[in-house]
Write a protein of this length. Structure first.
Length: 108
């Protein structure tokens, strides 16, 4: 199975609050883990940065969903690369400071 590491940044859509998004994090984490996707996410102001890792087809499908989601605007893909193993296997979709996510994205 081919694994993909993908990182991106976006901004919250105009009709979405950070509180609203944070209320749904547990749901997103469970759904991602069920699809074999792990990674980490960071929030700063209205900016979001996320690393997604997992089966290529699953990560691509999730990223397309994110790009189409009105809760995300100005979605910019930062990095996409094939990996041999995920770095966040048991993390689910852990929340970290944005500087940590930038650092972690460079380690894989």
């Amino acid at each position: 199975m081919t694994l993909l590491h993908l990182s991106y940044v976006s901004r919250l859509g105009p009709d979405t609050s950070m509180a609203e998004l944070l209320d749904e994090i547990g749901h997103f984490r469970a759904k991602n883990l069920a699809a074999g996707i792990s990674g980490c996410i960071a929030f700063e102001g209205d900016r979001i940065m996320q690393i997604l890792e997992g089966p290529t087809a699953s990560v691509n499908a999730l990223f397309q969903t994110i790009r189409d989601d009105p809760r995300h605007v100005e979605v910019i893909e930062l990095e996409r690369k094939t990996i041999e193993a995920v770095s966040f296997r048991d993390w689910g979709m852990v929340r970290r400071p944005i500087a940590d996510v930038v650092f972690l994205s460079q380690l894989t």
